[in-house]
Write a protein that binds this ligand. Structure first.
Ligand SMILES: [Zn+2]
Length: 464
């Protein structure tokens, strides 16, 4: 509360010292910093330019304790405090922060004597959490408690926020992986049909919430192929008091849903017509649980092929095909650690499998070597309990790729070491080899590998 109070005081002082400007600014800026609406000295306002939400930079940074200097001749702005110097030029995507070049999604714009910058720049370079509420056209900025340069008193102890680590959609249900206790509020909205999951006292984890996974409006979304009920999943930091993560499942039709938790995993399942899958728990009705892990993702491409193809894309494509095949298996519940191009830490992948008490864990990868001659298929296991699974999976994998058989191998990889169940890591082929790379990115090979993975899981679990 002290924080908001002292900030309010600043605004009151500002209005008293500059009464004329204060009157001119009686309109709404729609920019909130730590819960308080900013007062604009001019009639500058939020604008959307080429799909980028742009905000007047001066009022924001001045309230964070920066000085702003405008050079009219060069059309440039210099923003600085004791530790940071930011230099921007109107209409120029390139800027400098402490002498290092940075690239903006769109160059700063000059409107009504005010320089507007994309909100994404504010989040990336000033370290603010930014949330754009498109419906109300309001920007919520949340400053960190340290290094803001604001004339702060001691920061208030804040309640420990739960973390949203990852989102994945498979087997017609959304999986939200969290750290800390959460009390989600799930509701249905219509026109358009959607399920809204609000998680108060939560924020995105460092790895998931980095702005690279959010668009220029600081929201993220993904589509999932093969699920006609679901249009897309959207996520954003929806509110700042309390910090609330909102996840929206945009539906193509009105659907019933079931919500349940497995350890730190929250599931929102769309009810299917398949009565064998009532969707009340993962592994219900005696089903076996197979966690399918597409290696790497987002900023971590994995191996890069000879023609530049990325391992993360191969891994995900196969995992999605496995999910579609497992959907048809009445005795297996399949769960993907990721269903789109997001990044998960290794320990996060392990936690998903361990929380679910999965029966098998299959991590999908492709390999790379310094020698372009290296070619073929390998299967790795770490613990003795995984050896039988490795043997079965390798048999099907080699058959599916048709590549050289490089054998079942021992490997000390994190995801197969730290998981509590039978776990293997598949290296389907070598992206550093021209023939392997070409084959791995064909639809037919990916289909065969996906089918081989499902056949191997079934044989290992005795479900044939
Ligand atoms: Zn890999």
């Amino acid at each position: 509360m002290m924080k908001k109070f002292s900030f309010l005081m600043m605004i009151i002082i500002f209005v008293m010292v500059f009464p004329g400007k204060g009157q001119a600014a009686s309109g709404h800026s729609n920019i909130y910093l730590d819960g308080t609406e900013l007062v604009l000295a001019t009639n500058a306002k939020i604008e959307t330019i080429q799909n980028n939400v742009m905000i007047p930079v001066r009022v924001v940074v001045e309230n964070l304790g920066f000085k702003v200097a405008w050079d009219k001749n060069n059309q440039s702005v210099t923003i600085n405090n004791d530790s940071t110097v930011i230099h921007l030029v109107v209409n120029n995507k390139s800027g400098y922060v402490n002498g290092s070049k940075v690239t903006l999604p769109i160059g700063p714009a000059l409107k009504t004597d005010t320089v507007l910058v994309p909100i994404r720049f504010v989040s990336e370079q000033l370290g603010l959490q930014v949330n754009w509420d498109n419906a109300s056209k309001k920007v919520y900025l949340i400053s960190s408690d340290t290094g803001s340069g604001k004339p702060e008193t001691k920061p208030e102890p804040t309640p420990e926020l739960a973390l949203i680590n990852s989102l994945s959609y498979s087997d017609n249900r959304l999986m939200i992986s969290t750290t800390g206790s959460i009390e989600p509020k799930v509701s249905v909205m219509t026109s358009p049909n959607r399920i809204v999951i609000d998680i108060p006292y939560a924020k995105f984890s460092e790895t998931f919430g980095t702005s690279q996974q959010l668009d220029s409006n600081l929201q993220g979304s993904f589509h999932v192929v093969g699920y006609p009920d679901l249009d897309q999943v959207r996520y954003s930091l929806y509110n700042n008091s309390p910090s609330t993560v909102r996840i929206v499942m945009d539906l193509n039709y009105a659907k019933n849903y079931t919500v349940y938790a497995e350890g730190s995993l929250l599931f929102v399942a769309l009810n299917t017509s398949d009565t064998s899958n009532p969707g009340t728990s993962v592994g219900g009705n005696g089903k076996k649980i197979a966690v399918i892990d597409a290696g790497h993702g987002n900023q971590d491409p994995g191996a890069i092929g000879v023609t530049g193809k990325k391992e993360k894309a191969f891994n995900l494509a196969v995992a999605l095909k496995v999910d579609q095949l497992l959907k048809k298996e009445p005795k297996i519940d399949g769960v993907l650690t990721r269903s789109n191009d997001i990044f998960l830490e290794l320990k996060e992948r392990v936690k998903i499998a361990n929380d679910l008490k999965a029966d098998v864990f299959i991590s999908i990868h492709a390999n790379s070597s310094g020698s372009s001659a290296a070619t073929g298929t390998e299967t790795y296991y770490k613990n003795d309990r995984s050896k039988a699974l490795a043997n079965v999976m390798h048999k099907y994998l080699v058959r599916a790729t048709g590549f050289k058989d490089r054998g079942v191998r021992y490997g000390n990889f994190h995801v197969i070491r730290e998981t509590n169940m039978a776990a293997v890591l598949l290296e389907a082929g070598y992206l550093s080899n021209k023939q392997d790379e070409a084959g791995l990115f064909t639809e037919s090979l990916q289909n065969r590998v996906a089918q081989g993975i499902v056949d191997g899981i079934k044989e290992y679990l005795g479900l044939n």
